[in-house]
Ligand binder design. Structure first.
Ligand code: FAQ
Length: 310
């Protein structure tokens, strides 16, 4: 009966075991997972655009090969995540529809434009760095297919982070103009990267329940703090600074104090009013419409295959 199912679900969570697609789960748990995994998948797919913008203008064959591999990885991540969402009973087509109609979110970070090639390095270093910080704990998320997808995603994100850092460190050993380009890029991306972790804990409606269900393992503020502490020594090694006058080591806390991101900017961006929101969705919609013939052909081909086996 219902309470026995509820008990079994609660026990699985308490024992730190995984919930699998065929297991009974509360509606709220399913709904939260669909929301988070779909948003995550959309982020990977929309996240191909800012860096994809530089594919035809990479400064060398080596940089182009690295960037192409990275952007293709993001497509792969999107597909693993849509597959994980499908185990919860939603269709990828339905999620894509919701994305292009603006009914489901994707990460705020991808609504900022990529103005210079240094942005490719900064995205790798800071955006993938933040993504790793957020996603490594998700490898222990209570929903099996999501947790397992995260393992491979995190390995690939580590490569992305390293290539970004390596790109920036190469530029920092270049000319004054290159160093200035790196610093200008870091100045633009630092605050948006901090916003990737979501609103402050006291304004995060989903954290408490998601922590109880062990979908999330840490709060937004905990992960943001971890990211700041991890990034400061890396910035020092690179020779760049972060645009935050309040950023300082606090020996009592054993952590860095830092300033408050502009949460009104965050709210505007997730409402659809960021610099690049309209362009990102227009591109996604066009790609979807231009791909209609591929989906139709694949469906027709599959139907014919079924007929011939009858
Ligand atoms: N952007 O109550 P909370 C990548 C929404 S990394 C937009 O705290 P929650 C790799 C939130 O959905 C980026 N919306 O929510 C890559 C909720 O709205 P809703 C993707 C945001 O879920 C690198 C509302 O605000 N990573 O793609 C954001 O407990 C380079 C209230 O927030 C993931 O998605 C935001 N930044 O915590 C790709 C990781 N933050 O849905 C290409 C998985 C919050 O109720 C190139 N997701 N919101 O309408 C998570 O860990 C969580 O969902 C959080 C938010 C931490 C993002």
């Amino acid at each position: 009966d219902a309470s026995a199912l509820d008990d079994e679900f609660a026990r699985t969570i308490a024992d730190d075991l995984r919930i699998e697609p065929r297991d009974w789960m509360p509606d709220g748990y399913r709904k939260t997972l669909v929301r988070q995994i779909a948003q995550h998948a959309h982020s990977e797919i929309i996240g191909m655009q800012p860096e994809g913008n530089w594919l035809t203008r990479a400064p060398s064959l080596r940089r182009k090969a690295i960037l192409m591999a990275k952007v293709q990885d993001e497509a792969g991540h999107g597909l693993y995540l849509y597959s994980a969402a499908e185990t919860l009973g939603v269709e990828r087509a339905e999620l894509t529809e919701k994305l292009i109609e603006g009914k489901q979110k994707y990460s705020s970070i991808f609504n900022y434009p990529t103005l210079t090639y240094a942005d490719v390095g900064t995205i790798g270093w800071l955006v993938d760095g933040a993504a790793i910080c957020n996603q490594v704990p998700l490898c222990r998320s209570s929903f099996g297919p999501y947790a397992r997808a995260m393992i491979r995603v995190c390995k690939e994100e580590s490569f992305h982070q390293r290539q970004g850092y390596e790109l920036l460190s190469t530029m920092m050993r270049g000319t004054d103009a290159q160093r200035a380009m790196v610093q200008e890029s870091v100045d633009r991306w630092w605050w948006p990267a901090l916003m990737m972790f979501g609103p402050p804990d006291d304004q995060s409606p989903n954290t408490e329940q998601s922590m109880e269900w062990r979908i999330k393992r840490h709060t937004n503020d905990e992960l943001r703090q971890r990211f700041v502490d991890m990034s400061v020594p890396q910035a020092k090694a690179l020779g760049v600074t972060f645009p935050d006058p309040d950023l300082i080591w606090n020996p009592d806390r054993g952590a860095h104090d830092f300033g408050e991101p502009d949460w009104s900017e965050f709210t505007e961006v997730i409402k659809g009013n960021g610099a690049a929101n309209a362009e990102r969705i227009a591109n996604r919609r066009a790609a979807h419409e231009n791909g209609a013939w591929v989906r139709e052909a694949a469906t027709a081909f599959a139907a014919r295959g079924q007929e011939s086996t009858r």
